[in-house]
Write a protein that binds this ligand. Structure first.
Ligand SMILES: [Zn+2]
Length: 116
């Protein structure tokens, strides 16, 4: 059962008060929610995924369509050099989604770390 403001240490089972950042039992560092590293990693991964997807849609898809159906769709769908902003938007969107995902996945997590 989840009790607001209280839980126990994942390492030593010592009861934690939700304002402390160090376990009184094992002296581990208590992290509430996602760690900065988890957020950065998730943001990075999703950013790469969305950025690459946008690049594929903008530059590879027209090429594939053109070679398959002998059409002449310009790379970047006629937006010229502006199509790179689509890739930038993909990177940014992925970054935001990745950040949000990390917070959502680790929402309510209370973990104790021992940094060496
Ligand atoms: Zn502990």
């Amino acid at each position: 059962m989840l009790e607001l403001g209280r839980s126990s240490c994942g390492r030593c089972d010592h009861e934690l008060n939700h304002s402390l950042h160090k376990c009184e039992g094992c002296q581990g560092t208590i992290v509430y929610g996602a760690t900065g590293e988890e957020v950065a990693k998730s943001a990075n991964n999703w950013s790469i995924l969305f950025g690459h997807s946008a690049a594929l849609v903008n530059y590879v898809l027209p090429y594939i369509i053109n070679s398959g159906w002998s059409s002449e769709i310009p790379l970047g769908w006629g937006f010229g050099e502006w199509a790179i902003f689509g890739v930038g938007a993909g990177l940014l969107w992925g970054y935001l989604i990745g950040t949000e995902r990390a917070y959502a996945v680790h929402f309510l997590d209370v973990r104790t770390f021992h940094y060496v």
